[in-house]
Design a protein around this ligand. Structure first.
Ligand SMILES: NC(=O)c1ccc[n+]([C@@H]2O[C@H](COP(=O)([O-])OP(=O)(O)OC[C@H]3O[C@@H](n4cnc5c(N)ncnc54)[C@H](OP(=O)(O)O)[C@@H]3O)[C@@H](O)[C@H]2O)c1
Length: 506
């Protein structure tokens, strides 16, 4: 118990960041412990929580997968994962405290004795470590394995302590499968015990959208159709599909990003102020936005697929040439759309959204473009270089917020130019940004589902996606239609040009 306090406490601006409640004693059972997500995200996040002493004092992590192994080999494997992927420098003393809390079970849930093995181990840990029967079950397995594991867990449920079930994305493939999955979960778990992950919601900058809007009196009065010309949301990735062709061929950008991250960003941008920050109040406001989304017509949606090109100076193959992708695949790797939120606040204000793979740059931003000043009293030539005000939330990278404003160029004449007022997280708080999974894992242990998605939100999201995808069945797209390393197909530019607007410059 010798780990020193986290560095962030030395910074007065970061005061309060570490003042979170420590969760009750519990066991965290990770199904899919031998998988990619656990190695790259979950275990490094748990290590970061251990460094900051945010884990419960009495705690156990149980890794479950089919791969052969035991406690010792699992601890070694996880130590290597932490060394490779954790955001903090490796500290032997912290690891030596955490490692004995790690346990491993090799079992296949298709085999009926799987749940007995897990149940027996948890009973033993409860007794040895006094965990009070509290459990978090984390489903980090491929979605086809969800129902089998949930049914097995449900059958062995007892009422000692609390139970929480974390379900990774994707949550269903369409509305019907999402409803079916929710029905299976609800057979054994209550909605408040179910934590559907959309890891974007765990990102600091996404939560900062709530702080920006609801902790500052100056934005809310102008956050509406009267003052906002339009909103642009960009989720751009420069990477391709890496080794995920099996998943991506059936998902595409519309299911991989639009259905979850993109629509959640839009909901947080457009929602009404909740009466408080309880999870139900926040979910209630978000779901109203999702319900108010107008289904876009075919002319308001652009889909694309990348061809060969150069990304960040490296040659990139076309999507259809990626390993595991069909040579005539019509899977979308890019989607842009013009969406409307049909309510009093936003009627007739377009939300232009775009997302894609193999784009020029890795970037997620939400840009609120305000209307131009009604009557600039300057000569036209004086304000030639002036653009309307834009508030940009940089979700990643370069996390922060910037506001474009007009300012006088120093000198004798009156010349106005656009300049930027920037708030950069790293500069202001002088602390590393926590990974989304740190916050989300901690919240599941604390029972706070504010940053997770509720069943009705997921269903609204699928309803919209299903209607877009249904329209796509009718035509055969001419793919590829944008080169890797560009900003998407020309038709995405036309989508805005038709309205006399253009995508933000980068
Ligand atoms: N990787 C990411 O960055 C990422 C990001 C967002 C969401 N996700 C989601 O997270 C989940 C896991 O993804 P992943 O990338 O980690 O997948 P992965 O690398 O393929 O790992 C899958 C894991 O599930 C285990 N598993 C599969 N079927 C099982 C069964 N019947 N019984 C017990 N264990 C079983 C595997 O165990 P064995 O190999 O030992 O058999 C392995 O540990 C998926 O739902 C994925 O969509 C992943």
């Amino acid at each position: 118990m010798t780990a020193t306090a986290p560095k962030q406490q030395e910074n007065p601006l970061a005061e309060g960041l570490a003042l979170r409640r420590t969760p009750d004693p519990c066991a965290l059972v990770i199904f899919g412990a031998s998988g990619d997500l656990n190695h790259k995200k979950l275990m490094p996040a748990l290590y970061a929580l251990a460094v900051r002493r945010l884990l419960p004092q009495r705690f156990a992590i149980v890794g479950v997968a089919r791969t052969e192994g035991d406690d010792e080999s699992f601890r070694q494997d996880m130590e290597a994962a932490v060394k490779q992927h954790a955001r903090d420098e490796f500290r032997q003393d912290t690891w030596d405290e955490l490692a004995p809390q790690l346990h491993y079970l090799s079992t296949d849930f298709a085999d009926t004795s799987g749940e007995d093995k897990v149940h027996d181990l948890l009973e033993k840990l409860d007794e040895d470590e006094e965990l009070g029967g509290n459990r978090v079950f984390y489903l980090a397995v491929p979605p086809p394995a969800f129902p089998t594991i949930v049914e097995a867990l449900g059958k062995r449920r007892d009422d000692r302590g609390w139970t929480r079930l974390v379900v990774e994305k994707p949550f269903g493939h369409d509305l019907a499968s999402a409803q079916q999955l929710t029905a299976t979960l609800l057979e054994y778990f209550k909605e408040e015990e179910i934590f559907r992950i959309d890891h974007y919601l765990g990102k600091e900058t996404v939560q900062n959208m709530l702080a920006l809007r609801f902790a500052n009196g100056i934005f809310e009065p102008i956050w509406n159709r009267q003052f906002v010309d339009h909103v642009q949301i960009t989720v751009a990735e420069s990477i391709g599909i890496e080794a995920r062709a099996g998943y991506y061929e059936h998902a595409g950008a519309i299911r991989d990003i639009f259905q979850n991250h993109l629509l959640q960003l839009l909901a947080l941008t457009a929602m009404e102020p909740p009466i408080d920050f309880t999870s139900d109040s926040v979910h209630n406001e978000k779901v109203k936005v999702l319900r108010a989304l107008h289904t876009p017509g075919p002319k308001s949606v652009v889909r694309g697929q990348y061809g060969r090109g150069f990304v960040e100076g490296e040659e990139a193959v076309a999507y259809r040439e990626e390993a595991g992708v069909a040579a005539d695949s019509v899977t979308d790797t890019y989607v842009a759309a013009k969406l409307y939120v049909d309510n009093w606040r936003w009627a007739d204000t377009p939300f232009y959204v775009r997302m894609g793979k193999r784009l020029a740059r890795h970037e997620t931003t939400i840009a609120i473009q305000f209307k131009a000043a009604p009557h600039p009293p300057f000569e036209e030539a004086a304000s030639e270089g002036l653009r309307p005000n834009v508030l940009v939330v940089h979700v990643q990278p370069d996390e922060g917020v910037s506001l474009a404003i007009g300012a006088k160029v120093p000198g004798q004449g009156m010349t106005i130019r656009t300049v930027h007022m920037d708030f950069l997280y790293g500069g202001a708080f002088r602390t590393g940004m926590p990974e989304a999974y740190e916050r989300l894992i901690l919240d599941t242990m604390l029972g706070d589902s504010t940053l997770f998605t509720r069943a009705d939100e997921v269903e609204e999201q699928w309803l919209l996606v299903d209607s877009i995808v249904a329209a796509w069945q009718r035509d055969k797209p001419a793919f590829p239609n944008y080169p890797a390393g560009s900003w998407g197909p020309p038709s995405a530019d036309e989508l805005l040009h038709r309205d006399g607007r253009s995508w933000r410059r980068h």
